[in-house]
Design a protein around this ligand. Structure first.
Ligand SMILES: [Zn+2]
Length: 419
């Protein structure tokens, strides 16, 4: 099995490389415009748009083509052809408002387009976290041959485990970032054939049930962040919009880190218990609470739980699990919060009070989120947990995000933290 990832890195020597990258990014925009102009001419003359093969062969002699490494120039023209194809597709589907790809120009200046380098265009130094990006022939003369970027990745990423297919310099949030497009072959054996269930929620980001044992992951670190960044942003006026941008970026980075760390932790707990399948409750179910009111984090900023965080969490968990041979399946959350996971009674006299699920039928008291997670788990493995008491339903272990360590740990080991 082949698995693909793109890792984003920040550049740690921006002062040394920004001018060079600006030059490359603007060169990519200029070449885009050359291609766009050529396409327009062909279109006017023949009524047809050239494909990427024609664009490349017609324009490879152009001055602007030689501003970038040949593969980078090819990639720009491929992107242009893809943009035209996307537009054709929309038109074919009846979208008459779709516009063809435009020119990349703002007044007299050019925006900084993404510059992609394939194997021949970069040299990676895994030991020192550096990568050399080639320039085109035209830009080499007065400066050095290449741009030497030093970078920093999330601490849990080790590029030496990967085969880097492409490096992209991407200008976003007003700075340059690097994207490493990677590949590796894996053939993992699943750790076992047990099944774990996950219920995603608000006050507890996740409840994890192994049947007979359960773990809760409170969302306190995320909540604190929402509160902290919400207040910070409220203090910024428009004149300090760079500061707002910086805060947004910081918050997104922290969220992403939280979700990565949580998925990694859940996968390692699953490996320990021989889990081969993780069942996750369908996100549709969390849009509303029992009273039909949409749940959110409260007044101090909604985490956009319906979309971003949970979709992203599921996809992160999916690929972390996949590399360990664990299958992730999504099941509808329908009725999982209303059913007693011990006696399977649904819509009886049960009630949820302060996070506890109480069943009048069998007198089971369970943590409501654990009850949900166990019901989700049972959607795939209908057999009840081996005859153990139901105490585990009411007493999950609680793992908190430890900001100082950047990892999850059982509650008693975690010190409180602020962003
Ligand atoms: Zn019951």
């Amino acid at each position: 099995m082949r698995t693909h990832r793109t890792f984003e890195a920040s550049i740690t020597n921006p002062r040394q490389v920004s001018d060079d990258l600006d030059q490359l990014g603007r060169a990519a925009s200029k070449l885009w415009n050359v291609g766009r102009h050529y396409a327009q001419e062909q279109w006017d003359e023949t009524g047809e748009i050239p494909d990427d093969g024609e664009l490349k062969s017609e324009l490879k002699g152009h001055e602007r083509y030689r501003d970038l490494h040949s593969q980078s120039s090819q990639r720009v023209l491929e992107e242009l052809a893809e943009a035209f194809n996307g537009w054709f597709g929309k038109r074919r589907n009846g979208d008459n408002r779709a516009r063809p790809p435009g020119y990349r120009k703002r007044g007299d200046s050019h925006p900084r387009s993404t510059v992609s380098l394939k194997a021949a265009g970069f040299k990676h130094d895994a030991q020192f976290n550096r990568v050399r990006l080639s320039k085109g022939r035209n830009l080499k003369e007065h400066r050095t041959d290449f741009v030497l970027c030093e970078y920093e990745l999330r601490p849990d990423v080790d590029l030496s485990e990967w085969d880097i297919q492409q490096v992209r310099a991407v200008h976003k949030y007003d700075e340059w970032r690097l994207h490493f497009v990677c590949r590796k072959s894996i053939d993992p054996e699943p750790p076992g054939d047990s099944v774990a269930g996950i219920d995603l929620g608000i006050s507890n980001v996740a409840a994890l049930s192994f049947g007979g044992e359960s773990i809760l992951f409170p969302g306190n670190a995320l909540k604190e962040d929402e509160y902290y960044f919400g207040r910070k942003k409220a203090k910024c006026d428009d004149s300090r919009s760079n500061e707002r941008l910086r805060l947004d970026r910081k918050r997104t980075e922290r969220r992403t880190h939280f979700l990565h760390t949580l998925s990694k932790h859940i996968v390692s707990e699953c490996i320990e218990r021989g889990v081969g399948t993780i069942v996750i409750g369908d996100l549709g179910g969390i849009r509303d609470d029992e009273n039909g009111e949409s749940r959110n984090w409260g007044k101090h900023g909604n985490l956009d739980l319906h979309g971003w965080a949970f979709d992203r969490f599921t996809s992160i968990l999916d690929y972390k699990a996949e590399t360990e041979g664990i299958d992730v399946t999504v099941e509808s959350e329908c009725n999982t919060s209303k059913t007693c996971s011990a006696c399977r009674t649904k819509d009886g006299g049960q009630r949820v009070e302060r996070g506890l699920y109480v069943c009048d039928e069998c007198n089971t008291v369970a943590n409501a989120d654990v009850n949900g997670a166990e019901n989700i788990r049972r959607k795939v493995t209908p057999s009840p947990s081996p005859d153990r008491s139901n105490g585990w339903l009411a007493q999950p272990s609680i793992h908190l995000f430890d900001c100082s360590e950047g990892c999850f740990a059982p509650r008693e080991q975690v010190v409180d933290c602020k962003p």
